[in-house]
Design a protein around this ligand. Structure first.
Ligand SMILES: [Zn+2]
Length: 135
């Protein structure tokens, strides 16, 4: 039984959604139930609200996985737990049709081609082929 409602503004588009969730469920396995769409961005306005929610979640996940892999690689290269300036490690953009693929552009001069390839392989394994491009 969903007990809580959260208003979500993804950082990957301008939509605003509300979803319901059960705080008795562990966070890692908790299901998020679409509740309603409050605002639709230009990319997602053509889709029914619940489908747009699914696309926005998937795009947000793709961005988080791809950027997270590169931040982890950059942190490992420096021997630190977290990099101080994530924006200096990579930039990201979404492209194509919803759910859009994420394109991550590596900016960190300390990341070697091997680091980049390893991160790209990790991202592809997590997201499946075609969901992300690392350049
Ligand atoms: Zn949107």
């Amino acid at each position: 039984m969903p007990l809580k409602t959260t208003r979500w503004r993804p950082d990957t588009c301008a939509c605003v959604f509300e979803y319901a969730w059960d705080d008795a469920e562990p966070q890692d396995t908790r299901a998020l139930a679409f509740a309603r769409r409050l605002e639709a961005c230009a990319v997602h306005e053509g889709a029914p609200p619940e489908a747009a929610f699914g696309h926005a979640r998937e795009e947000n996940r793709r961005k988080n996985v791809a950027v997270g892999a590169l931040l982890a690689a950059a942190a490992a290269r420096r021997g630190v737990e977290r990099v101080a300036d994530p924006a200096a490690v990579c930039a990201w953009a979404l492209e194509g049709s919803p759910p859009r693929r994420v394109r991550v552009t590596v900016r960190d001069p300390l990341l070697t081609p091997a680091d980049r390839d390893a991160a790209a392989a990790e991202i592809a394994a997590a997201l499946g082929p075609g969901a992300a491009i690392v350049e």
